[in-house]
Design a protein. Structure first.
Length: 357
């Protein structure tokens, strides 16, 4: 688990440190008189902004994945599973099998391209697994060794033509694959096989519109809370940008002359992101609510189990929201389970009522 932790934290902290550096360079750029120095400051702004973006996004994602690994190892014990290996050259999967060598679930491995086939391959018949087979977990070789994060993916499914097993007699019939009749269910610390239909109500997404576990009306509250949070974040960004801009012209603002306003919009965006991160990550990880949600008695919960999200989960959601506009404009790829990055907001009294019962 300690392998690569220094690199992950260093990458994230460098990206975080480049945020005030970018704001500082943007602030001093208008006051630079030398052309050569102005070019140097402009180059520094571009490099610092690029390093900040890469460091925060990549470092944050790597830290979040490592946190999921630790959570899986703390919550679940190691258990031995027979497996089938499925690989395409770019992605690899392990199919967990029960005692009768019937498929239980198929998990995709979070593996760098250069490490494909190193931990498990077509010669692997058994692995160690710690986690929930129907969601995510950590795999390793029998006896311990390197670790891989594995998870269920709805968008990336293994191709049937590359399916291989060690024993040809174990090849399943792929013409009409039967739907799974049983799945592993964890109750009171015990994992058991139960019919799929029995756990439908428990696997229902928490906080949805039709979820009667949170009966209080909250649609209007969520809209108003979102508006207030945005007003606070934008106000902090604009106010801080005006405070650090000595050339700010109130007369230009009164005339709506934005070209001579004297405020760098990049500085305002930087302070806006900082205010958003403080409110949505730090404050929300402590009090489970933002300033706007707190005014209307709302808290955020995890959709899969109704519990409060952790700091790592809130960080991942915030980074996803920052990345989402860029992905839409650039037609970039998104996560496999995009619903996990939209945390539902419910009334706090409904959460307290549910925990009491």
């Amino acid at each position: 688990m300690r392998k690569g932790s220094t690199v992950r934290w260093l990458l994230f902290l460098i990206g975080l440190g480049c945020l005030p550096l970018t704001v500082f360079l943007i602030d001093i750029q208008p006051r630079v008189t030398s052309k050569n120095l102005e070019k140097l400051v402009s180059l520094g702004i571009n490099l610092s902004a690029a390093t900040m973006t890469v460091g925060l996004i990549l470092g944050g994602v790597l830290l979040w994945i490592n946190r999921r690994r630790r959570k899986a190892l703390k919550r679940y014990p190691w258990s031995s599973w027979p497996v089938n290996y499925i690989g395409t050259g770019r992605y690899e999967w392990v199919q967990l099998l029960d005692q009768n060598r019937q498929p239980v679930s198929t998990l995709i491995l979070s593996t760098w391209p250069k490490d494909i086939g190193k931990l498990v391959n077509h010669n692997t018949s058994e692995i160690w697994f710690a986690g929930d087979p129907m969601r995510y977990g950590v795999i390793s070789r029998p006896g311990g060794g390197d670790l891989r994060y594995a998870y269920r993916s709805s968008s990336r499914t293994p191709p049937q033509l590359t399916f291989r097993t060690n024993d040809p007699s174990d090849q399943p019939d792929r013409s009409t694959p039967p739907p799974p009749e049983y799945q592993l269910t964890r109750e009171r610390g015990q994992i058991s096989m139960k019919p799929v239909g029995d756990s439908h109500e428990q696997s229902k997404r928490h906080g949805g519109k039709d979820d009667n576990r949170y009966p209080s009306p909250r649609m209007l509250r969520r809209v108003l809370a979102l508006i207030i949070d945005w007003m606070i974040h934008v106000g902090c960004g604009v106010g801080a940008a005006i405070a650090v801009s000595p050339e700010f012209s109130p007369e230009a603002a009164a005339r709506h002359d934005w070209q001579h306003l004297g405020v760098n919009p990049v500085v305002a965006v930087g302070f806006f992101l900082a205010a958003s991160a403080i409110d949505r990550i730090i404050i929300q990880s402590i009090f489970h609510t933002t300033i706007g949600k707190a005014l209307f008695g709302l808290v955020v919960i995890r959709p899969q189990d109704g519990k409060y999200p952790s700091f790592g989960r809130l960080l991942a959601v915030w980074l996803f929201d920052v990345y989402l506009p860029l992905a839409i404009l650039g037609n970039g790829a998104g996560p496999d389970r995009i619903g996990d990055y939209f945390l539902p907001a419910v009334r706090r009294r409904d959460v307290l009522r549910g925990s009491a019962t």
